[in-house]
Design a binder for this molecule. Structure first.
Ligand SMILES: [Zn+2]
Ligand SMILES: [Zn+2]
Length: 456
């Protein structure tokens, strides 16, 4: 087996990995870096010869796994692209949204090469997609296989991260190679935990997002939901409203499910506001509610919660009344997004609250707001006013990623001969390298240098 890390740095950025198994050439995921622009935002696709890739596997529809898919397909027109049916629905929405965002950036940031692909290319790329359900064995040529297939085959396993997320297992003769994608081994409010293969593996390519922090002792999702509720109620009691910056895909629907629990128990009765992209994605969650692996089976989030939908103009002008919940993307409060615009109306108001429910890059506006001291002046967007931070801020752990202890448990259970560590910042990668060396001394641990070829 050959492996090349196509990312430009060891980080969580633009995920893409090249794999050759028994002469078949494969790319795992096709991400776009959320904070970089142009060529720098893309995986290093030049490392792979044009037209030689047989198959692309997409684990889930987050931007860092799908954002450059039309560009990869432009270079690899013969490749079949495999993903679950839910991932296909979500990827279509995410890619078209990305074209809109990049078209705006073309003017705002004077990026001549933007958009990096067009609506038409996003549509054309869909002709290459092959939808494959969880736990079905297929050949890399796209044939459904019986149980005794001899060729190189693959099978998706539920990854418990967001709707449609999957890990992919390759079988080649007696060899088993498994790529986790992003995974959660804990139940979230909506998404149920991963169901991964527990047989011995030869090679495991695993995400390491949370390697830099230990789980909080006595942490439970239910306990965290309770703390979230009391903080919401505290804000309402002092006459304020709450802004929750969220990713449109995954975190928005988890937060809506949590709010549904509070409402149906009678604990909460406040109007909810969401943004446009979140609505499109929530519609897919609702349409697939009865066929996906989730709790609150069949719950129709939009019908049940009836959130109000805001656009950019509404966010700038709407009167912010008391007792309101604004669940707006983006999660990192990136400039020119609804959450960034709304935050500028929240930060300098002592009665208001901003609650963080997921990862934010330290350099992003949400990351800077998290880290700042109360009273400090903060500029949320380039050229914007510097505002004193007077609102309340709270952080909650509603992560969609497995804690590092459970990733280690999985590594120990499957006893791989080789582990390749991906999708993590350097401190996370280092923690896993050491933890695996202690737990499985015979295991070969690879932190794959970008661009370098590994023969395994
Ligand atoms: Zn993800
Ligand atoms: Zn990811």
């Amino acid at each position: 087996m050959r492996f090349i890390n196509l990312t430009r740095r060891n980080e969580i950025g633009a995920n893409a990995y090249f794999l050759e198994i028994d002469g078949r050439k494969i790319v795992l995921d096709a991400g776009l870096h959320p904070k970089k622009y142009g060529e720098e935002a893309l995986p290093n696709y030049r490392r792979v010869e044009d037209g030689e890739v047989d198959a692309v596997f997409i684990t889930h529809a987050h931007q860092d796994h799908i954002g450059s898919l039309p560009i990869l397909i432009r270079r690899q027109p013969l490749a079949k692209v495999f993903m679950t049916p839910a991932t296909a629905r979500l990827t279509e929405i995410m890619l078209h949204n990305s074209v809109n965002v990049m078209s705006r950036q073309r003017d705002e940031l004077a990026l001549g090469s933007y958009p990096l692909f067009t609506h038409r290319e996003a549509d054309q790329s869909m002709e290459k997609w092959r939808e494959v359900g969880i736990r079905q064995a297929w050949s890399i040529d796209g044939e459904r296989l019986g149980s005794n297939g001899q060729e190189t085959s693959f099978e998706f396993f539920d990854a418990g991260h967001i709707l449609g997320s999957a890990g992919v297992l390759f079988r080649d003769g007696g060899q088993k190679i498994f790529y986790t994608g992003d995974v959660n081994f804990l139940d979230q409010t909506l998404q149920k935990r991963a169901e991964f293969p527990d047989e011995p593996l030869d090679v495991l390519i695993i995400e390491t997002t949370r390697g830099d922090r230990a789980s909080r002792p006595n942490f439970s999702r239910a306990g965290e939901e309770d703390r979230f509720l009391s903080c919401l109620l505290e804000t309402f009691a002092r006459g304020g409203s709450v802004l929750i910056p969220v990713f449109a895909l995954g975190k928005t629907q988890e937060v809506l499910a949590i709010l549904h629990r509070f409402r149906s128990s009678g604990a909460l009765d406040a109007p909810i506001y969401i943004g446009g992209l979140s609505t499109k994605i929530t519609i897919v969650y609702d349409q697939l509610a009865s066929i996906s692996q989730r709790s609150l089976e069949g719950l129709q989030l939009l019908n049940t919660l009836s959130p109000f939908v805001l656009n950019g103009r509404d966010v700038a002008t709407t009167q912010i009344q008391r007792n309101r919940l604004y669940v707006l993307s983006s999660g990192m409060m990136t400039e020119n997004t609804l959450s960034n615009q709304m935050a500028s109306r929240f930060v300098d108001r002592p009665e208001q609250s901003i609650f963080f429910v997921g990862y934010a890059d330290p350099d992003s506006p949400a990351g800077r707001l998290k880290a700042a001291q109360s009273g400090e002046l903060l500029q949320l967007e380039e050229g914007g006013t510097r505002l004193p931070i007077l609102c309340s801020r709270e952080e909650f752990d509603f992560s969609g990623h497995a804690p590092r202890e459970l990733l280690m448990e999985y590594i120990v259970k499957t006893q791989p001969r080789t582990v390749i560590l991906v999708h993590g910042d350097p401190p996370s990668l280092e923690w896993f390298r050491n933890a695996i060396a202690r737990a499985l001394p015979a295991c070969q641990v690879i932190v794959p240098e970008p661009d370098k070829e590994y023969e395994i």
